[in-house]
Each structure stands twice: as C-alpha cells, then as structure tokens.
Write a protein that binds this ligand. Structure first.
Ligand SMILES: Nc1ncnc2c1ncn2[C@@H]1O[C@H](COP(=O)(O)OP(=O)(O)OP(=O)(O)O)[C@@H](O)[C@H]1O
Ligand SMILES: O=C(O)c1ccc[n+]([C@@H]2O[C@H](COP(=O)([O-])O)[C@@H](O)[C@H]2O)c1
Length: 214
C-alpha cells in the first residue's frame, strides 16, 4: 500500500476487493470510550456490514497518545466495563484489551505491529472518525502504519474527509454524538437517553460518573 495524493481512488473497486477477500478481516476501532456511545456502535456496525468484515474489535486506550488537558479520562477498568456492556448484544463485536493490558501510552503503530505478529492470518482495518483524519500526519510512524493496516474513515459532522493517506471512506449515516457531549449532559443533569445504550446509561447513573465533569 503506498501513500497517495488523494483520499480514495475508485473506492467501489477497493471495497469490492475487500468484501470478496477470503482472508480473515477484522476491524479495529480504537478509542478512549469515555463513555462508549451510539456513534461508536453505528459506525462499527456499518463498516462491518459494508466491508463484510468478520468482526470488530473495540480497543480502548490505556492512555490516549495525544491526550490533552481537555480530555480528562476515567480509569480504563471503568471504560472497559462500559464497553463490554455496550457491545454485549452483538455477536461479532468484541473488546481488544491489548493496550489496556500494556498500560501507559500506546502508539497505534506499535500496537498494530504486535497484533499482526500475534495474528498473521488476519487483515486488519483500522477505523477512524472524520475528526481523526486531519490528525493522521501527526501520528507516530504514520507512513509505516499505513503499510501495516488499511485505514477506514467514517464521516463525522463538521470534519474534513480529505487526506494525503490511503483511507477508504465508508458512507454511513452521520451521528453528531460525542463522549464529551455525553459527559457534559450528565454534568448539567441533562438527558442522555438514546445517546448511549440503556445499560451504559444505567451504569453511568449507578456509579455517578461525570457528575463533576463541567
Ligand atoms: N459520532 C461519531 N461519528 C464518527 N466517528 C466517531 C464518532 N464518535 C467517535 N468517533 C470516532 O471513534 C473513535 C474513538 O472515539 P472516542 O472514544 O475518542 O470518542 P469521542 O466521541 O471522539 O470522544 P471525545 O468527545 O471525548 O473526544 C475515533 O476515531 C473517533 O473519531
Ligand atoms: O499512534 C498515534 O500516534 C495516535 C495518535 C492519536 C490517536 N491514536 C489512536 O486513535 C484512536 C482514537 O483516539 P482518541 O484519542 O480519539 O480516543 C486510539 O486508538 C488512539 O490510540 C493514535
């Protein structure tokens, strides 16, 4: 896979090639999941369906590599618990604990290199939202990373979809939901009905999460 000057050349052909590939195809959706929300689930399910992937692994970060002061994060145990609840009804969704178990800051290049060594028969598709696309040039060893995995981009309201890297853009319904919006709604005592799965909402309420997240 080589670096290209535009997002996609003939996406339909690429998508068809992936759909008909006989190799095992696994989508990885890395994220902070603070908390997981319907945007994550819809994008994962749409990518799985449209690329005919065998499964999707939701991979929580131990500590996001480019975390900023704005992005306060609760413990990985709690984020993993919420993720397990969020995906419990989908047989092709699973949680990948590689980064949480490794701890600290994990760059995607290192993680994917390790996962490819562990599972050489698998083709990995690294799924990112539109907000991450313009960020890719700053990722650690991005030129090497695009040789290891196929990036799949999902539109996100208000964000660019152009990239100098070879990303397959998958057309999915856009949902303007973010974890930060959910944290904010909880903090102001607002409703998060239908923004997160009911079981995640109940967990947030039971544990009193995000109440002070002003
Ligand atoms: N509504 C959405 N539409 C498209 N992509 C999304 C959406 N929500 C999250 N993503 C993507 O999912 C991945 C993990 O996101 P993350 O767990 O950081 O959630 P977030 O909603 O972006 O969080 P925060 O609001 O705290 O920044 C990222 O690639 C992000 O771009
Ligand atoms: O490897 C990098 O340089 C890098 C930089 C920023 C983000 N990422 C990964 O992108 C995924 C989404 O990150 P975030 O911060 O939106 O939760 C997550 O798996 C991060 O590890 C990776």
């Amino acid at each position: 896979m080589s670096k290209q000057s535009s997002v996609i050349t003939e996406p339909e052909i690429l998508i068809e090639e992936i759909r008909t590939s006989k190799r095992e195809k696994v989508g990885i959706l890395g994220g902070t999941y603070n908390p997981p929300h319907m945007g994550h689930l819809v994008m994962a399910d749409q990518v799985k369906d449209q690329l005919d992937l065998d499964k999707i692994l939701f991979m929580p970060t131990a500590q996001p590599p480019h975390s900023s002061v704005k992005k306060k994060t609760i413990s990985s145990d709690i984020r993993v618990k919420m993720l397990e609840l969020a995906i419990q009804d989908h047989s092709a969704f699973d949680v990948e604990l590689y980064e949480v178990e490794a701890g600290g800051k994990n760059y995607t290049y290192n993680t994917m290199k390790a996962l490819i060594e562990l599972y050489p028969a698998v083709d990995f598709y690294f799924i990112i939202g539109g907000d991450m696309i313009s960020d890719l040039p700053t990722w650690y060893k991005i030129d090497e990373l695009v040789q290891l995995v196929q990036f799949v981009g999902v539109k996100r309201p208000g964000f660019e979809k152009e990239s100098e890297y070879p990303i397959i853009m998958v057309d999915t319904p856009t949902l303007d939901i973010s974890s930060s919006f959910i944290r904010h709604k909880v903090a102001i005592g607002g409703s998060i009905n239908y923004l997160v799965p009911r079981v995640v909402q109940e967990f947030i309420e039971k544990e009193g999460l995000y109440k002070d997240d002003k």
